[in-house]
Design a protein around this ligand. Structure first.
Ligand SMILES: [Zn+2]
Length: 489
């Protein structure tokens, strides 16, 4: 009996080993489809992609037609989708002459008539007016104040933690913020701690105002004992500032500001600047302090000397970003580029730092906190691009740079031009975009999409160390050119 069991176990062992061997053989030779992630996936678009690689196999065919492959057997196939089931037979031939064949089904759901009608959520939420005002406090730094009760509506301002607000209505997930009779904004309910009810919004007295400066910044300090909502807007001639729920114009402000005005408890004034290098409100020692970075006079020979640069490699850890046809992750590619930029910057005498130095998961707002804490002049978030279903990566590829604040637009433009100059990619534009990492007004903040992970030629280049070095050099060249253009001639 015992020997029978021994033989049985031995046989099972052999079967398992053979299983592992064949599994390995298959995965080494067979097709590796990176996207769609699973068979029978549902895609609601007119087209999608089949992204993957055939390793060392040859002759990729999709539904009988040969498809071009790149280094590592990489391929990106734009698959047009009809409504209903779409079948894709993917095949390739190995060294042994054996054909590997996989059948993939992608479903496109039928047209939904209700999509054409009005958005149901909008009509469902009704405005509910309060009998009095709720006095509430913002619980999170950077909470957005919006024009409408809608996550896609424009941001008016980003509020500091503990900002006092007076709410006069509610709609869906939003509260309405009462500024004055004609001005009302919206803020999401989850940013709040409610305090008390008042019959009308309180007004706050600015006890004193102080202007000062040090080597790096100008400071406009309003002693309020309270954090109040504000709006800062960049103009052709500098900054326009509004502080809400204010009772008086403080002594001394008219000496440094123009267009001074107080109406309906809104204090407004302008500050003249030819060029902006970063600004932000902070709350410290009972004062709301507007910090504006002083114009920088770059060193003629070392324009980046002592310049603090934040380099933010996108994604990381559990969040890999886009994954290329041969499964190299965006998060690894951009970390390598950021490390290369850092090395060059150190040689230039700059003070660079990375928001993450390893493959770890990191919250976007923690990255912003770090950038602010270190007073970075430049903040560059580095990414490699992808496209949603329905687009064509053979038509849209190359290098793009994004900015949010006008102060960073010229830098974004120069940076993109210098990167393209070095790596000869397609110009994919300098674009306005509201991203967490472009909305950092204290730095000249941009987000770079160096090239596309899902355009096979871009991707092939991204996996090349020399190409990544050229990108890094392009980024540094861009910063240098921007600093040089600031040197008075
Ligand atoms: Zn990304």
């Amino acid at each position: 009996m015992k020997s029978f069991l021994k033989i049985l176990f031995f046989l099972i062992f052999i079967i398992v080993l053979l299983g592992i061997y064949f599994k390995f053989q298959c995965s080494a030779l067979a097709l590796d489809l990176v996207y769609p992630k699973k068979n029978n996936m549902s895609v609601n678009a007119k087209s999608t992609y089949l992204i993957g690689n055939i390793g060392s196999n040859k002759y990729l065919k999709i539904n009988g037609t040969e498809v071009k492959t790149y280094k590592g057997g990489a391929f990106v196939y734009v698959a047009a989708l009809d409504f209903g089931e779409n079948n894709f037979e993917i095949s390739s031939i190995g060294d042994n002459g054996k054909e590997t064949k996989v059948l993939y089904v992608i479903k496109r759901p039928p047209k939904n008539k209700s999509v054409l009608g009005k958005n149901k959520d909008d009509s469902d939420s009704k405005i509910e007016l309060f009998n009095d005002f709720i006095c509430a406090r913002v619980t999170k730094d950077g909470s957005p104040l919006r024009l409408k009760a809608d996550v896609n509506s424009n941001r008016v301002a980003h509020l500091l933690k503990d900002t006092s607000l007076f709410l006069d209505a509610s709609m869906g997930d939003y509260y309405r913020v009462y500024i004055d009779k004609n001005t009302k904004y919206w803020i999401k309910k989850n940013y709040f701690a409610e305090d008390s009810h008042v019959s009308e919004p309180l007004k706050y007295r600015i006890r004193d105002f102080k202007y000062s400066k040090d080597k790096e910044y100008e400071y406009f300090a309003f002693h309020l004992g309270e954090v109040l909502p504000y709006v800062i807007r960049e103009t052709e001639s500098g900054l326009d500032i509004k502080i809400f729920y204010v009772e008086n114009i403080p002594v001394g402000l008219q000496e440094v500001a123009s267009n001074l005005n107080l109406s309906n408890n809104v204090l407004s004034f302008s500050l003249p600047y030819e060029k902006l290098w970063g600004y932000d409100f902070v709350y410290k020692n009972s004062k709301m302090i507007l910090k504006v970075r002083q114009p920088i006079k770059a060193d003629t020979h070392y324009p980046l000397k002592n310049i603090v640069v934040a380099l933010d490699p996108g994604h990381g850890g559990v969040e890999s970003g886009a994954v290329g046809p041969t499964r190299i992750k965006e998060s690894d590619i951009v970390l390598d580029i950021a490390q290369k930029v850092k090395k060059i910057l150190i040689k230039e005498g700059a003070k660079p730092f990375l928001t993450r130095n390893s493959d770890k998961t990191m919250d976007l707002y923690d990255r912003v906190q770090l950038i602010k804490k270190r007073n970075a002049l430049f903040s560059i978030s580095i990414h490699a691009n992808a496209l949603p279903d329905g687009n064509n990566p053979y038509e849209k590829y190359g290098t793009s740079v994004y900015y949010y604040y006008p102060e960073a637009k010229e830098f974004a433009d120069i940076l993109k031009r210098r990167i393209i100059n070095n790596i000869k990619t397609r110009d994919d534009g300098t674009n306005y975009a509201s991203y967490v990492l472009t909305r950092v007004s204290s730095s000249l903040s941009v987000l770079v999409e160096v090239a596309y992970m899902i355009n096979p030629e871009d991707y092939e280049k991204l996996t090349d160390e020399n190409f990544r070095q050229d990108i890094a050099q392009g980024i540094v060249d861009g910063m240098k050119e921007y600093m040089n253009s600031s040197i008075p001639k």
